[in-house]
Write a protein that binds this ligand. Structure first.
Ligand code: ATP
Ligand code: MN
Length: 477
């Protein structure tokens, strides 16, 4: 008999008809009750076996972690805790699992322990919930942009330009590391490398997305991004997924409006589509918070936080206003900031962003019009000559979730900026062409997908919201 997904079985309810399911044993109690999970939903299906009818050797192999195919009758449950149960008539062992060696026991494991078992951690309630929410978010992202008339474009993963300026890059090469060809001056001779030039893994698809926006109108990318930054934080991965919309004829205000609508729209969708998983993660979040000292606890529960973001406007504040707030803030005056705010133009550190979002405004904040000196070359210069049309969206508990800007569409201004920042202009010839042939105002932003998953699931560490995290000194699996 063809097996049905447990999610469907639980939705359909007791039918008193035969039914078959397959999945992995979460627990086996009293030689009688198998809690079976197939990943389709958080809930297990209670399956009742008649152990007297089973042969001894099969009984022994029903252990936590084993894979079974079960056939039987779906009936109203006798016990409490579930509405239906499967009265098992036939058991097929699909894959045995040595109970002595299977690391995922039916007890609470630490997230650190589970990170070392990344190939098996998805068999826990927490990780399967996180991954289902992650999948629903990804779908909602595509849905949002498609409904708004955007086109999905795939920008290159191997890039020939090192001018993206968003961070340290991973080199891509087929040269023999033991015996690399050298030029006369002793440098690596990239001419004999695969592409005949130096290449890297992309840190952002933005520049290429701009080219496509200036032809297709509104586009977005959603793909892997790589940064060889040695920042061992709970918010940085060496390989992460980024969503980068880029829109022709958008100014910075249009850009901020879109970003806010985008985030609230995908959150709204998962609130209704992932109710069960989010409820579970909310409970988990509340328990974690309870174990923290009072002062460090989140003032809101997970679901509360998500609903708050959906229901409330993001606060829009210019860098200059934020600078004044920070300069006059208590922690600054009491020298509590590790990086004191002393003069206009300094880059904001995570402690400052957190102060603004979590203490001062208590809501998501969009900071805009940053000093030109701390932002990338392609951001549109304001008439004050000091600031650029940049915007960052800051989220409680996460910090920066979006970075974006209106792009500089004026050829002379852009060229001047590239020279000032000592960037290789030759490399950017095609990017400058976009300002030569039908240049228009345009804008875009990048949202780190894992940071969105972090916010939505309440997971504290970014390593726990991607299946197999890549971080400094860690590329196992
Ligand atoms: P941060 O200051 O947090 O390092 P950034 O200024 O380097 O961020 P951008 O270059 O603007 O970030 O990238 C756009 C978005 O990509 C960020 O807002 C963030 O959500 C995400 N992001 C950036 N770096 C990482 C990373 N190493 N791991 C996961 N997400 C990242
Ligand atoms: Mn960074």
């Amino acid at each position: 008999m063809k097996a049905v997904k447990i999610k469907k079985v639980l939705q359909t309810g007791a039918t008193n008809t035969s039914c078959s399911v397959q999945g992995w044993v979460r627990t086996f109690r009293a030689n009688r009750f198998v809690a079976l999970n197939d990943g389709s939903t958080l809930d297990n299906l209670q399956c009742v076996v008649d152990f007297e009818a089973l042969d001894e050797s099969l009984l022994k192999q029903i252990t936590t972690g084993a894979a079974l195919h079960l056939e039987g009758n779906l009936v109203e449950s006798q016990g409490s805790g579930q509405n239906v149960e499967l009265q098992v008539e036939k058991i097929t062992l699909l894959g045995a699992s040595d109970p002595e060696k299977y690391p995922i026991q039916p007890k609470k494991h630490s997230l650190e322990f589970l990170r070392e078992k990344a190939h098996l951690r998805v068999r826990t309630a927490t990780f399967s919930s996180v991954m289902r929410v992650r999948s629903a978010l990804a779908f909602a992202v595509h849905e949002f942009f498609q409904e708004e008339g955007f086109f999905y474009v795939n920008t290159p993963i191997i890039t020939g330009s090192d001018a993206e300026g968003a961070g340290e890059m991973f080199h891509v090469s087929t040269l023999d590391p033991k015996n690399p060809p050298l030029t006369e001056t002793g440098d690596l001779d990239y001419k004999s490398d695969f592409f005949g030039k130096e290449t890297n893994l992309t840190v952002s698809g933005q520049l290429e997305a701009e080219a496509y926006a200036l032809g297709l109108g509104d586009v977005y990318t959603f793909g892997p991004t790589f940064r060889a930054e040695n920042s061992n934080t709970t918010r940085h991965l060496a390989e992460f997924w980024m969503i980068e919309p880029e829109m022709a004829f958008y100014d910075l205000n249009d850009n901020m409006n879109l970003a806010e609508k985008f985030i609230t729209s995908v959150l709204k969708k998962v609130l209704t589509r992932c109710e069960k998983d989010l409820q579970f993660l909310d409970d988990r979040f509340n328990q974690e918070e309870k174990s923290k000292p009072q002062l460090q606890r989140s003032p809101m529960g997970l679901l509360e936080k998500i609903k708050f973001v959906v229901d409330n406007d993001f606060k829009r504040v210019s860098y200059t206003e934020a600078y004044e707030i920070l300069r006059n803030s208590k922690p600054n005056k009491k020298k509590k900031f590790q990086f004191p705010i002393t003069e206009w133009g300094v880059d904001l550190q995570s402690e400052h962003e957190r102060f603004l979002v979590e203490k001062h405004f208590n809501c998501p904040v969009i900071l805009f019009d940053y000093p030109a000196n701390i932002k990338a070359f392609y951001m549109r210069r304001n008439d004050d000559e000091k600031t650029v049309r940049a915007m960052d969206i800051l989220f409680p508990g996460i910090g920066e979730i979006v970075g974006g800007s209106q792009r500089e569409e004026r050829l002379e201004v852009l060229e001047k900026r590239i020279e000032e920042m000592k960037i290789d202009k030759e490399e950017l010839w095609w990017y400058l062409d976009l300002r030569r042939f039908g240049s228009v105002p345009h804008s875009g932003f990048g949202l780190g997908f894992e940071r969105l998953v972090q916010f939505t699931t309440g997971m504290n560490n970014i390593r726990d919201v991607i299946p197999f995290p890549r971080t400094p000194q860690n590329a196992s699996f």
